[in-house]
Design a protein. Structure first.
Length: 235
């Protein structure tokens, strides 16, 4: 019976190790890091889009400026020609060209002004996103540190549990450990449990008074088992 109690200790070590493994796989710190990284990726994606839009706006502004230079040189050229022309019809035609080029330049100026506002807005967005990215990187660094700490704590607990398991195992007869391993590998609930009043702590079912007294009268060479789930029972 004494070694069955130690076997229960071994089972507790194994249960704790299993819980630790599950805890390590589902650390909230890891979820937090993933969430923070998703936010950062979103910001980066947005920044790429804003930069591309800014580039398009700047390119359009450059094109308008090139076109305006052409308009201005045309206007200058026509004005020069006007000075040497005597025929009124030719002068009228040149005047018309000047009016047309001036109208184009004026329309270009309006477009450029609108585009400059758009570009300014993209510029502000770019700056805002860059600041958000800096802050988010700090959040990620913090999340990484928290995760590393949580993993380290798990590893420490694991080492302690494994050391305890070795100590406990050393006190149990190897044949009993073999039986325990066989039973443990066939089930998901604990292979060894004790009773809480009349309740088996592996299957959580109640044992009848008759079952209880039968277990208590169990011969020394027989390991008591739960009549419901077959686990070894410390009675
Ligand atoms: Zn049971």
């Amino acid at each position: 019976m004494a070694s069955l109690k130690q076997l229960l200790e071994l089972q507790r070590c194994d249960t704790a190790l299993l819980q630790l493994k599950h805890h390590l796989a589902t650390l909230s710190e890891r979820t937090n890091l993933t969430a923070a990284t998703t936010v950062l990726n979103g910001f980066n994606k947005e920044l790429v889009a804003v930069k591309a839009q800014l580039k398009v706006a700047q390119h359009d502004i450059e094109l308008l400026e090139i076109d305006n230079k052409k308009c201005e040189s045309s206007i200058a050229k026509y004005a020069q020609q006007l000075k040497t022309i005597i025929a009124p019809r030719e002068a009228e035609a040149l005047q018309h060209e000047i009016t047309m080029a001036t109208a184009v330049r004026s329309a270009n100026d309006d477009k450029e002004l609108a585009l400059l506002e758009v570009a300014e807005q993209f510029d502000r967005q770019q700056l805002e996103l860059s600041n958000q990215i800096i802050k988010q990187n700090e959040v990620i660094e913090q999340a990484k540190r928290s995760l590393a700490l949580a993993i380290e704590q798990c590893e420490q607990s694991k080492l302690e549990l494994e050391a305890k398991r070795i100590t406990v195992s050393a006190m149990i007869a190897p044949e009993l450990i073999k039986l325990y391993d066989l039973k443990k590998n066939k089930r998901t609930t604990p292979a060894v449990a004790d009773l809480n009043k009349a309740t088996c702590q592996s299957c959580h079912l109640d044992l009848s008074t008759v079952e209880l007294s039968a277990l208590k009268k169990c011969p020394e060479d027989v390991i008591p088992e739960c009549p419901n789930c077959d686990c070894y029972l410390v009675v």
